[in-house]
Design a protein around this ligand. Sequence first.
Ligand code: PMP
Ligand code: GLN
Length: 383
Amino acid sequence: MPTLPAKLPHTGTTIFTVMSALAAEHGAVNLGQGFPDFSPDPALLQAVTDAMAFGYNQYAPMTGLPVLRQAVAARLNGLYGSAYDADRDITITAGGTQGLLTALHACVGAGDEVVIIEPAYDSYDPAIRLAGAVPVGVPMTVDYRIDWAAVRAAITPRTRALVLNTPHNPSGRVATGDDLRELERLAEQHDLFVISDEVYEHMVYDGQLHESVARHAGLRERSFLVGSFGKTFHVTGWKVGFVAAPSALSAAFRRLHQYTVFSVHTPTQQALATYLADPAPWQGLSGFYQARRDAFRAALAQTPLTLLPCEGTYFQTVDYSAVSDLPELDFARWLTTEAGVAAIPLSVFYQRPQERRHVRFCFAKREDTLAEAARRLASAWRG
Ligand code: PMP
Ligand code: GLN
């Protein structure tokens, strides 16, 4: 047996797989991995069936179906005042994860450093390492704001890019206009690329604005904006997303995309293009999830868990220090196996161990699922 090439030799199994397996094994309510447990709009499902019946079954163009690229560009430009060109600047991807990986590979290489803000979504670190670059984790402040002084201090002559994520998974925080202006100054000063993970762009609450890099001219010109239809339309299993970037960046992106993915599932693209013609579904998403957030928070208020702010995403982070001294991973396992509710420990999203007694719940669930989870959590520490 030849020795396997040692790519990511120290990387274990992603926490989402680990916790979903544990939840299934123990019959726990799975509020760990982030995905809805309700059905998407039947009209969207019908549109895929129709697309297949109408013959959309062969390879799509490498960059994505023109109608879908046009729909994506129109939505971004209408919302954020950008001027993305559907042909040159938009590429349809196999989900956000592939968009992130390919964008990173398009702009960083051996020896480059890439700043990631921690807690950081777990695909960033391995994606950067696979590109031969070095991920440099910069922890957020105690209340999960971006610590710009720390970001500044982490920048070296080798820093080539920064990964931004807003709305932020797992904290549920959203970046402010000041955050984006600070990033714009930094990126211009140090000539950085920005990979902007905006997969939760339509889940922002309490009237706050989603601060896309596309709103800021100085950022837009150096950014890969990554989006995902999985989040917006309750179809995480479809794995279709997009990357918007100025033409020079998109050209670099497509050079890699053409030989790693080539093109994405055609009938799904056709269906999404049709569905995007009506803005109501994505315009209503923040209201839809805000109601769920409020109901879930009200239910959790009946437990000894302390709620942290949730400004966006479909994640609610809680502090459990009132009930347990266990490290986060142990607590998440205990919660799954003993209390019957799966959660995600935040400690896994850091390079250096951080133990804050924080776990994340996903509230993209049916009302009865959330009620059952809350009932189990309330009884876990009773008597
Ligand atoms: N970025 C973040 C912050 C996410 O939470 C996720 C998935 N939940 C992704 C990227 C990946 O999106 P996709 O499922 O479309 O690959
Ligand atoms: N992004 C989802 C989450 O944060 C999970 C995606 C995955 O399972 N890879 O829960």
